[in-house]
Ligand binder design. Structure first.
Ligand SMILES: CC(C)(COP(=O)(O)OP(=O)(O)OC[C@H]1O[C@@H](n2cnc3c(N)ncnc32)[C@H](O)[C@@H]1OP(=O)(O)O)[C@@H](O)C(=O)NCCC(=O)NCCS
Length: 411
């Protein structure tokens, strides 16, 4: 890890390539890019505004965590009731956005667009319907944050209903006002009200996904917010960053990898050396295994163990088969893959690995896993956007020039 330090504010920026080389860290690894009071990531702790993630996962609800991130403190009972009512009232979509979603079925079916792309465009379009779109005042930002938090599950649900060719659920009201934010998200996607256990597991997954300091998508949102551009644009940019398989897209890619392993080794291969052989081939070809590794965590991701335990427990209550095998067999396979990664490579799973198996055994379509990540991370993005605005300075690093030496156009 680099020990590069940034120059002090208002100092003369490095101008020669050799000056810059001294401060260079590829991928900004180890570089401190700013200050935040929202989240702290340490090797042995993940903290949202002072509360440790195991504590939040065990004792808080997603709505409480969303309030904590957006408003800065743990809500009182009255504040929470008000917040929940505000979110429920904002769930439905402007008809223009629903019409756009209805027109997107062909792009999704042809593979020209995936749900993350449609979600990004829908968020952009929502900006045109938002009365506060062009204001970056703190109260306007908070209103926009709540509206987007409320509407993203509706976009995801409507999109999946269109993909499935069923009538849109909650077209007028954005779902069932008796359901929690997370349970309503599942209901909007699947058309079924989730069991208490499923509602708890998806709720915890949203808590785990809500915030993670200066990760790539959050940093993107801060860079955009730092130019004082519009907030829907900052979120659209963050969605584009999250889509990539090295970031949020890993939850879909991790599940696709497990499906690929199952296709290659068969159910009878789970728990046998056939999986070791599959993995060895991946190592030999230097393939990146999705859902493993992390830029910051080197001894494991705190969130992965929490979600794995809940997902495994829920899977044990499931009857029926999921793409040909029982729910628990997916976890058997995942655990074998994890063990091989740790033994052979000393690389731990990140939260996206158990997320894949957990969402899969809840019958959530794989291409919606990263959009669900957005439904949670929108709270972290907005908290950071508002923090950036509260003490703004344009984010503008330097680069080392590696192109040709100066030459004449007519030389
Ligand atoms: C997350 C990630 C991008 C972090 O990358 P990074 O900090 O740049 O780490 P590096 O790519 O430098 O990895 C260090 C070493 O571990 C290996 N490694 C890291 N993650 C790996 C993975 N998922 N599969 C196989 N090898 C991996 C690298 O190949 C590299 O090996 P080398 O030193 O022999 O070249 C990377 O671990 C990754 O691509 N993981 C898969 C995608 C994923 O799950 N993303 C979600 C993150 S929450």
């Amino acid at each position: 890890m680099s020990t590069a330090t940034a120059p002090a504010k208002n100092s003369t920026p490095a101008s020669s390539n050799s000056d810059k080389q001294a401060a260079f860290a590829k991928g900004l690894e180890g570089v401190v890019g700013g200050q935040t009071s929202i989240c702290s990531i340490e090797q042995d702790k993940l903290i949202y505004r002072g509360y440790e993630i195991h504590d939040l996962a065990a004792h808080a609800t997603f709505e409480e965590v969303a309030f904590l991130l957006l408003e800065g403190h743990k809500p009182s009972a009255a504040e929470l009731a008000r917040f929940k009512a505000e979110i429920i009232a904002e769930r439905s979509l402007h008809p223009t956005v629903t019409a756009f979603l209805e027109s997107s079925g062909g792009w999704l079916a042809s593979g020209r667009a995936v749900p993350m792309d449609i979600l990004r465009s829908a968020v952009s379009l929502l900006g045109h319907t938002d009365p506060d779109a062009q204001s970056t005042a703190p109260d306007a930002n908070l209103r926009k944050a709540k509206r987007l938090l409320a509407k993203i599950p509706t976009i995801i649900g409507h999109m999946q209903n269109i993909i499935d060719g069923r009538a849109i659920i909650g077209r007028r009201d954005g779902g069932d006002s008796e359901l929690s934010h997370a349970a309503n998200l599942l209901y909007m996607i699947t058309g079924k009200r989730p069991s208490k256990e499923e509602a708890k597991v998806i709720d915890v997954s949203l808590i785990l996904y809500a915030e993670h300091e200066f990760n790539a998508s959050t940093f993107t949102s801060r860079v955009i917010a730092g130019t004082l551009s519009d907030m829907h644009g900052a979120v659209a940019g963050a969605i584009a960053a999250l889509k990539g398989p090295l970031h949020g897209g890993a939850n879909e890619a991790a599940m696709d990898m497990l499906r690929e392993i199952l296709r290659d080794v068969g159910e009878q291969g789970i728990g046998t050396p056939a999986v070791d052989a599959w993995m060895q081939k991946a190592f030999d070809t230097k393939r990146k295994l999705m859902g493993f590794g992390h830029r910051v965590y080197k001894n494991g991701d705190h969130r992965a163990g929490i979600l794995h335990k809940l997902g495994r427990q829920m899977a044990s209550t499931k009857t029926g088969k999921f793409e040909g095998i029982p729910a628990t067999r997916w976890f058997d396979l995942g655990e074998q893959v994890q063990k091989i990664m740790l033994t052979k490579k000393n690389i731990h799973p990140n939260v996206d690995f158990p997320c894949g198996m957990t969402y899969f055994t809840m019958s959530i379509p794989v291409p919606q896993y990263t959009p669900i990540f957005v439904a949670a991370r929108i709270t972290g993005w907005y908290a950071h956007i508002m923090e950036q605005h509260a003490d703004n300075r344009l984010i503008r690093p330097l680069s080392i020039y590696t192109g040709p030496a100066e030459r004449k156009w007519n030389g």
